[in-house]
Design a protein around this ligand. Structure first.
Ligand code: ATR
Length: 287
């Protein structure tokens, strides 16, 4: 950090593990770029210390936190307020601390949506096939349902897809389909899909030769969004591009969720492109 003073405000990220997070480089570069007196630190917090960590946010007057795996759901009972969307999702990734009051937000959801909108893709009325039914899928599925998309959730474990589909159906009063993630089901649903989102870890480093969707099932009328950002160009995205589909990589969502958190803590517009560049640089060092 260039100069930490008595006035420096502290933000950070809590998770377990935390060493591979891209967030400190993105946020510290953004603070420097805007010349604002903030610093962003990684904190390794274990599940059993979560309550104490939240007490620490209050006691140390930390301005804000990002929250990552495995704490995005478990942290909620320790907060004072929840943004309405975060409440529906039941998971948060951002905390804003305002004079002792901690409010939880989900900028994974809003960041995903902004990344989509920035590429000119509007989810309203579209049929979206979502691969995976874990934490990331939950945030993405809820915001897409809120934006009136028609959802088909495919997951390796069918039960998890069904649970998520039921939760969304209950909150939004609309039907959500759940299917097992199999080649046969992919073939059936992808012919009628507008958007395909991969929220599974299939294709993530080091397993970069894997893909959740056989290339022959991809077509030029699809928008394919892979939220995996390491590597930036996954096998799925390469094959989607070759099939003539529009593609969006996981770095877009990563940068947007960071930018939206940054704006809540600082009240200033985040330098999104710089945050993307810094994340790309840091990923280069990882590999
Ligand atoms: P995240 O918070 O990143 O969503 P998660 O909650 O652990 O992480 O969810 C991981 C998702 O990737 C799940 O949908 C998981 O499928 P299961 O529910 O069947 O476990 C999916 N996933 C992980 N490895 C996979 C694999 N090899 N093939 C298919 N799906 C996989």
């Amino acid at each position: 950090m260039s100069s930490i003073s008595g006035k420096t405000r502290v933000c950070g990220i809590i998770g377990d593990p935390i060493e591979h997070t891209m967030s400190p480089v993105m946020h510290n570069a953004a603070f420097r770029e805007l010349g604002i007196d903030y610093v962003y630190l990684p904190f390794h917090v274990r599940q059993e210390e979560l309550g104490k960590a939240v007490d620490g946010v209050r006691a140390l007057n930390i301005r804000g936190l990002n929250v990552t795996i495995p704490h995005k759901v478990a942290i909620i009972p320790f907060l004072d307020k929840l943004d309405p969307l975060a409440k529906k999702i039941g998971a948060i990734n951002t905390i804003v601390h305002e004079e002792g009051v901690l409010t939880g937000y989900n900028t994974d959801a809003t960041g995903f949506l902004q990344a989509l909108l920035e590429q000119g893709v509007k989810p309203e009325g579209k049929t979206v096939v979502i691969l995976g039914a874990g934490g990331a899928s939950r945030a993405i599925s809820f915001i897409l349902a809120e934006r009136d998309a028609n959802l088909v959730i495919l997951n390796r474990g069918l039960g998890r897809a069904e649970d998520l589909a039921h939760r969304i159906a209950r909150v939004f009063g609309k039907e959500v389909k759940a299917r097992q993630l199999s080649e046969g089901n992919l073939a059936k649903v992808l012919v009628r899909a507008d958007i395909l989102v991969n929220t599974t870890s299939v294709g993530m480093s080091p397993d970069i030769d894997e893909t959740p969707v056989p290339a022959r099932l991809l077509n030029p009328s699809l928008v394919v969004f892979d939220i995996v950002y390491n590597p930036i160009q996954t096998r799925l995205l390469k094959e989607a591009e070759a099939a003539g589909a529009q593609t969006i990589n996981g770095l877009e969502m990563l940068a947007w969720q960071g930018a939206l958190a940054f704006e809540k803590w600082t009240g200033q517009k985040a330098p999104l492109d710089l945050m993307k560049r810094e994340a790309i640089k840091a990923l280069g060092h990882e590999n």
